[in-house]
Design a protein around this ligand. Sequence first.
Ligand SMILES: [Zn+2]
Length: 263
Amino acid sequence: MTNRQSPAIVLQVTAHAEADKIVTLFCRDLGKITAIAKGAKRSKKRFVNKLEPFTSLVITCRPPKKGSLFFLNEAELVDAHLFLRSHYAGYVTAAFISELVRRFSGDQDGDPAVFTLLSWALEALEQPKNHAVIAVFFLLRLLDACGYQPQFSGCAACGCSIEQQPDFTLYPGNGTLLCLRCRQHSRGSSLHLTRQTLKFLSSGQQMQLSRLTSLHMSTNNAYQALRVLCSYSRHILQQDIHSWKSLEMIIRDPGRNNTIDWG
Ligand SMILES: [Zn+2]
């Protein structure tokens, strides 16, 4: 098997045996892969400070002869995203984003759009912007990239537009929107979305990625959107999104938005 090279972002790192690390990466050209970095815990040169969550790298790896574990030969540091290591809200949001990528991506299913989106989100989190808003737009665009784009134009049952009704719900079962009138006739769990939040979401689906950080969404609207999109995502994945709880706590209690002391 010949070596492969690709830009990659570290999603998760675990220790393995005495000296090795197992790294989950999202690669632009290979998609999500799991690789073993032999001697990474001891290595002074090859991997030092590189195999940390959210780090951008260019990796050289060898595909497995059998099974799914790649062998990581080398990693060149592109961006350590150090800001995220010292800001709790940014770190928790990045953890949420990387969990979503791990859960929504199949192994070795390369998708440059997801790689671009992940790179955009990590860069955006380095700016002192509202991290909850970045989480909203990230999840929204990830759903689009994975083929689960919800429809925010109007009620799926009666056809009324979001200009005609102030409040809607998104049904996690199929990602369709229902107005308050139609909701009364439907069953199943639902979550509330105001017209204002829907307008943000609709713009967020259409705007260029590079312009998304210029949209100003209130924390309340972002929280409302995240609750609904997380509920929809859990339904698609049939799995819990563990890091949502920590992110939710920060959004509800911004006092936790502290600098972390890593000791
Ligand atoms: Zn309706």
